[in-house]
Design a binder for this molecule. Structure first.
Ligand SMILES: NC(=O)c1ccc[n+]([C@@H]2O[C@H](COP(=O)([O-])OP(=O)(O)OC[C@H]3O[C@@H](n4cnc5c(N)ncnc54)[C@H](O)[C@@H]3O)[C@@H](O)[C@H]2O)c1
Length: 247
């Protein structure tokens, strides 16, 4: 049990990577607050995990929701050791000139403001517990940006920068901050990245040296390592989980 006695918050845990991370953490002994704005899916995931999980409805763009979710986690589980900032949104793959202001503001609100506000809400509780680990889900989009995703790619660049900034700022409080940069991953969000044209999936796979897309469990396995005490001397790392795509 690599997370025995630890308490984790996973945002966007009702689907995709967040769902896999919540299950993996609970299987390794953590108590998990399953957060999502989607009540049906969040409740489904927490229910499937059972007694080690609690669903808390939370829109990560809303400060009152975030503060309430952190307080609910403390009431339920008594402490907070791990924060996984996973909730994310994208716009459909399309040219710069076709991306509307509202779409730009939405992806920045979910992907950047949400990560920032969650760190602000979680740090005091982690400090009281003597430290912790924050893991932000970035993207290869922030390291090797490709056309058609300009606003989304920019959000992930911001997430990587925020990760490194917080790593150095929070190190004295024994709070480690790392990011995971997944390549295209088989989740409900994937079609927004690939675009509508026929054969996009196969074309993309051909660019990945290990010859496949990422699966949510690939990301959960790395999140488990980064959240565990095995990663005690890692902070500020952006860990590519990409089958060699960014080489
Ligand atoms: N799928 C990919 O190819 C890929 C690649 C690299 C990075 N990512 C990143 O991985 C993370 C997880 O994405 P996924 O692919 O598992 O997608 P997903 O759509 O399967 O899951 C995202 C979850 O976030 C929730 N969510 C969205 N907006 C929210 C909000 N405002 N408040 C709370 N919850 C909200 C959704 O309800 C959903 O349950 C995201 O940050 C995404 O940008 C995805």
């Amino acid at each position: 049990m690599r997370l025995e006695g630890k308490v984790a918050i996973v945002t966007g845990a009702g689907s995709g990577m967040g769902e896999a991370i919540a299950h993996t953490f609970a299987n390794e002994g953590a108590l998990v607050a399953v957060l999502d704005v989607d009540e049906a899916n969040g409740g489904r995931v927490a229910g499937a995990i059972g007694a080690r999980a609690r669903f808390v409805r939370c829109d990560v763009t809303n400060k009152a929701d975030i503060d309430a979710a952190v307080a609910a986690t403390e009431r339920a589980f008594g402490r907070l050791d791990i924060l996984i900032n996973n909730a994310g949104a994208s716009h459909i793959n399309k040219p710069l000139l076709d991306i509307g202001e509202a779409e730009f503001e939405r992806v920045f609100a979910v992907n950047v403001k949400g990560v920032f506000l969650f760190a602000q809400a979680a740090v005091p509780l982690m400090r009281r517990g003597g430290g912790g680990a924050i893991i932000n889900i970035g993207s290869t989009a922030g390291l090797r940006p490709r056309p058609g995703l300009s606003a989304y790619n920019a959000t992930k660049g911001a997430v990587h920068n925020l990760t490194k900034t917080l790593a150095v700022e929070l190190a004295p409080a024994r709070i480690r901050v790392c990011a995971i940069a997944p390549v295209a991953t088989d989740t409900p969000l994937l079609p927004t990245f690939l675009g509508a044209a026929d054969g996009q999936r196969e074309k993309f796979i051909a660019t990945v040296p290990l010859g496949r897309l990422a699966q949510p469990q690939d990301i959960a396995n790395v999140a488990l390592f980064l959240a565990s005490d095995e990663a005690a001397f890692l902070t500020g790392n952006i860990v590519e989980v990409d089958g060699g795509r960014c080489v």
